[in-house]
Design a protein. Structure first.
Length: 104
């Protein structure tokens, strides 16, 4: 199945503790159906000191969100669903709300 959300896309969170907040997609995990969004769904990890990180301590990092809990943001800043159509000989993604093609 084609990817409706890709790395670098601007998305808004639809459910959970960060509902309504926006961010850029850092990583897409298609097998787990999850995405990692920059600055959202932050969790704390207690890390032991190691050679790479001699300080150790409590570190914050982004946790993955299920892809159904995020939606692409259109040019108006509103959440939109994603559709596919063929323009010439290329298959492109487009925003269902505005109908314009999504770059990338």
């Amino acid at each position: 199945m084609a990817a409706k959300i890709k790395k670098g896309d601007r998305v808004v969170v639809l459910a959970g503790k960060d509902k309504g907040r926006q961010g850029a997609v850092l990583k897409v995990l298609p097998k787990e159906e999850r995405v990692v969004v920059e600055g959202l769904n932050m969790v704390q990890r207690h890390t032991k000191p190691s050679q790479g990180d001699p300080q150790g301590g409590i570190k914050s990092k982004e946790a993955a969100l299920h892809v159904s809990n995020v939606s692409l943001v259109d040019s108006n800043g509103k959440p939109t669903r994603v559709g596919f159509r063929v323009d010439g000989d290329k298959k492109v993604r487009f925003a269902k709300t505005t109908g314009e093609v999504i770059n990338g």
